[in-house]
Design a protein around this ligand. Structure first.
Ligand code: NAP
Length: 283
């Protein structure tokens, strides 16, 4: 029987700390962390994420602005908004909710955000800093996963760590963060031969594929820590992860549920990055 890693509890603890830090920053320096979120179009999932980001800011006492732009917004309009926010001292973090409508170039928008305000850590300057271990911001989801692993009291050093998925948002930075903690890291993807042979070696298995219930008990080593990043909607509308909880849970030592595992951590880590960005402006 695995112990559940409760993302809601870990997330609530970090938000309490951020709330206290926010008060202190206001009192000591007159700075209130500010986050600007831009959403273009009306993708339903993106709308929910943006609303939750706005609520998260209110909960910890941050200033926030949300720009809800129509789907037909032009690239020039979007880029000039980003430029305006880059120059706005009230705003310490800027985030453009992805995916963008097809006619807008996501790379151009990411490059336009001032790296000092890039709280998603998607700008190549911040990605590069993560590679060399000298960073201000960590990408939110992988950083949240690290906090969850930390909450188990496990020392990552020397452990076999397997990450399934190599996206720029999750898999690749996740592998880098585990490596920085001295894990022995293997990254798997859709071309990996004999995936099960690799995953069965993992002391720590992080799964970020986007396929419901893909990882089954026979792919997991006894006593492994299993972190499920996946968020998939079933036909009945219920949220499910990439890990088949029923068959994996009896083998794992620790496991994250979906929902209630990695999900609650992502926005919390965004709030943490916004705090860092605000503190970095102290002269
Ligand atoms: P993505 O960009 O689609 O990447 C998926 C990765 O999975 C790719 O690297 C792909 O390999 C690999 N893959 C696909 N099929 C595979 C297979 N049969 N065997 C091994 N690897 C396979 O997805 P993502 O953005 O990283 O997201 C992954 C999941 O995490 C999604 O469910 C997403 O919704 C969720 N997510 C959750 C949060 C959160 O806050 N909880 C945040 C971000 C993402 P190739 O590179 O070879 O194609």
């Amino acid at each position: 029987m695995a112990q559940l890693i409760n993302g809601k509890v870990v997330s609530a603890q970090i938000r309490e700390e951020l709330k206290a830090e926010c008060e202190k920053l206001k009192k000591d320096y007159g700075i209130r962390p500010g986050l600007a979120v831009i959403i273009v179009g009306d993708d339903p999932a993106s709308k929910v994420y943006v609303n939750n980001k706005e609520k998260g800011c209110a909960e910890v006492g941050y200033y926030s602005e949300v720009y809800r732009l129509p789907a037909e917004t032009t690239e020039d309009e979007l880029l000039s908004l980003v430029q305006k926010l880059n120059n706005d001292d009230k705003i310490h973090g800027i985030l453009c909710q992805l995916p963008l409508p097809k006619h807008l170039d996501e790379t151009k928008v990411i490059l336009a955000i001032d790296p000092k305000k890039d709280v998603d850590a998607f700008h190549p300057e911040n990605v590069g800093k993560i590679m060399i271990g000298n960073y201000s911001f960590l990408p939110c989801t992988p950083a949240g996963v690290m906090k969850l692993i930390e909450s188990t009291g496990t020392d990552i050093s020397g452990k076999e760590c397997v990450v399934i998925g190599r996206s720029n948002i999750v898999g690749k930075p996740q592998a880098m963060l585990l490596l920085q903690k001295n894990g022995t890291v293997t990254i798997c993807h859709s071309r990996t031969k004999d995936l099960k042979e690799v995953t069965k070696r993992a002391d720590i298995l992080v799964v970020a594929i986007g396929k419901a219930d893909f990882v089954t008990g026979d792919m997991v080593k006894d006593g492994a820590i299993v972190i499920d990043v996946g968020m998939n909607r079933k036909a009945d509308g219920k949220l499910t992860g990439d890990v088949d909880f029923a068959s994996v849970e009896p083998k794992a030592s620790f496991i994250t549920p979906v929902p209630g595992g990695v999900g609650p951590m992502t926005i919390t880590m965004l709030l943490k990055n916004t705090m860092t960005a605000a503190k970095n402006t102290i002269k």
